[in-house]
Design a protein around this ligand. Structure first.
Ligand code: TXD
Length: 319
């Protein structure tokens, strides 16, 4: 059986880490694409030279042309520019929307059967636009944010309770970052909901709220420390988990920005919800009954995504 092929569109901080993880996990051959000349080629060669040490077999290539992604099974998109001082969110939106247009055309032409994972910010709007620009089926285009947000939440909880990260599960809904909606009654330590752990005296409700807030601000906390760029190790690990679930038909239940078609009363939008990822892409969207605050939080999150989608439509009326 031939190896799978994984194309990484954008070979910056996250792109390079994705290539490294995909190599270490032997997920397939890897193509690093970027508009910067030399950089993807340099990273591909450097990583290939690490393969004898780590003992993985994969072909790694760097490229500046879309032909090289031909026939890819998975495409992970990090291409774009980050927000610079003095730049508004709308400025960023306009630039990255153009990037999505180019990337979407490249995928449509060379990798129309791929499972596409978008990471570029502002995530929920960019994945929505990428699906439109590429014309790929909605179940084959998803956004990565929830796996990262829930990983941050899980790590903070494991640290707080002094238990293994493996025994902490987290359930998050909604848009990326500030508008994320953690569902504490569905987040657990070995199956015990956080709401019960509070009753059992493991932590106070106030402390739990602080951890939730730290999770929402998780991206900004890293930016504040790094000063030149944003998080890349955890975002890359999160996207690789999604890619692996697709390639190995694992049918993992993961929170992803997925296209909704009536679920949660929404249509023609991408929002973070739990989905099953298997060989068919997004095989199932899990719709749960939201209660009280959860409903309000989710609606707020959806409204912020809608605002970004409307801004995209203004810039690109064809969308
Ligand atoms: O949870 C999430 N979704 C996120 C999102 C978590 C962390 C970071 N998130 C976003 O991912 C971040 O705001 C950025 O929009 C992307 C990529 O982050 P990264 O840290 O990898 O950014 P880099 O290092 O700037 O890499 C972006 C690369 C860079 O090498 C550019 O030359 C390239 O994108 N680029 C392009 N590649 C192809 N085509 C075009 N048009 C293009 N424009 C820039």
């Amino acid at each position: 059986m031939a190896r799978n092929k994984i194309a990484l569109i954008g070979s910056g901080q996250i792109g390079g880490t994705l290539a490294h993880l995909a190599g270490l996990k032997e997920l397939g051959d890897i193509v690093l694409f970027d508009i910067t000349e030399g950089m993807p080629q340099g990273k591909a060669l450097d990583l290939a030279e690490s393969s004898p040490v780590d003992g993985f077999d994969a072909k790694l290539a760097g490229t500046n042309t879309y032909e090289a992604i031909e026939g890819s099974d998975v495409v992970i998109v990090t291409a774009g520019v980050p927000r610079k001082p003095g730049m508004s969110r709308d400025d960023l939106l306009e630039i990255n929307l153009k990037v999505m247009e180019q990337v979407g055309a490249g995928i449509a032409k060379y990798a129309p059967n791929a499972f596409v994972i978008c990471i570029t910010n502002p995530l929920d709007a960019m994945v929505w636009a990428l699906q439109k620009f590429s014309g790929l089926p909605k179940n084959k285009v998803v956004g990565m944010a929830g796996v990262l947000d829930s990983a941050r939440f899980r790590y903070f909880l494991a640290d707080e309770f002094n238990v293994s990260v493996e025994d902490v599960t987290a359930f998050v809904l909604g848009g990326h970052g500030d508008t994320m909606v953690p569902l504490t009654r569905y987040s657990t330590v070995a199956g015990i909901p956080l709401t019960d752990l509070v009753k059992m005296g493991w932590c106070t409700a106030e402390r739990l709220e602080e951890i939730v807030q730290r999770t929402r601000d998780g991206g900004a906390e890293i930016v504040g420390l790094l000063k030149t760029g944003s998080a890349f190790y955890a975002p890359a690990a999160s996207a690789i988990q999604m890619a692996e679930s697709y390639l190995k038909d694992k049918k993992r239940v993961l929170p992803c920005a997925a296209a909704l078609d009536g679920q949660y009363g929404l249509k023609d939008t991408y929002v973070g919800v739990p989905v099953v990822i298997g060989a068919e892409g997004v095989e199932r969207i899990i719709e749960i009954d939201l209660q009280g605050d959860e409903k309000g939080g989710f609606e707020k999150s959806v409204a912020s995504v809608d605002g970004l989608v409307e801004a995209c439509k203004k810039i690109q009326p064809a969308l």
